[in-house]
Design a protein around this ligand. Structure first.
Ligand code: URA
Length: 216
């Protein structure tokens, strides 16, 4: 498979550790939720590198004036968790982006057709093209949900160059679709897995991320 896509799998022991905890079928729901929280935090940390706009300024320490770099408060930052499972990554992401606006998008997958349908859309009517948008979608499987989410976001004026996607486990079918339609998109994932089973679950994956995070 030829991928134009930019997918990054950070080599980090904390990411590996929390992925292992999340994958383990023995992990109880409360610990699974913590693992997702940690993965959200560290993957979002990696994803915002070279992406958050900054401004140069001067500050006075108690001893002297010096150069300083701040996050540019004039560029909007948006986080779009894809419900349900994306909610499990939100706390960790908000820890590092406390001022971001959160726009929930609820997509449910029909288990027979595997097609997504939207049951909640809190996206704004427009994004300014410079808005930085971080999408939280833990499982990139068939690609149905993420392609629907990207279409909704881009149709509101977002620039795909400024969108980044945080995922936990990514599989080739979703990556192929994203690479064809959005080659500019940068994805940060804990792992790329081998494929899907006949029900559209990622193998080895971690099971149903929403059910495991919420003890459903
Ligand atoms: N959604 C999940 O929660 N898990 C999968 O393996 C695929 C889609």
């Amino acid at each position: 498979m030829t991928l134009q896509l930019r997918i990054y799998v950070p080599e980090h022991p904390l990411i590996k550790h929390w992925l292992a905890v999340a994958r383990d079928e023995q992990t109880p729901s409360v610990l699974f939720k913590s693992a997702m929280n940690e993965l959200g935090r560290w993957l979002a940390y990696e994803a915002v590198r070279n992406w958050l706009p900054t401004v140069e300024a001067k500050v006075k320490t108690p001893l002297a004036e010096c150069d300083a770099t701040f996050i540019n408060p004039e560029i909007p930052i948006a986080v779009v968790p894809i419900l349900r499972a994306g909610l499990a990554l939100l706390d960790g992401t908000q820890n590092i982006l406390p001022l971001a606006s959160i726009y929930h998008l609820g997509l449910a997958r029909d288990e027979s057709t595997l097609e997504p349908s939207c049951y909640l859309n809190k996206l704004p009517s427009n994004f300014t093209p410079e808005t930085r948008i971080l999408i939280l979608e833990p499982m990139l499987a068939t690609g149905g949900s993420i392609m629907t989410a990207m279409a909704e976001i881009v149709s509101r004026g977002a620039n795909p160059e400024h969108i980044r996607l945080v995922s936990i486990v990514a599989a080739p079918p979703a990556l192929q679709k994203l690479s064809e339609k959005y080659p500019q998109l940068q994805i940060y994932a804990a792992m790329i897995d081998e494929g899907l089973n006949s029900q559209g679950y990622i193998i080895p994956g971690l099971g149903d991320a929403g059910d495991r995070a919420f003890g459903t």
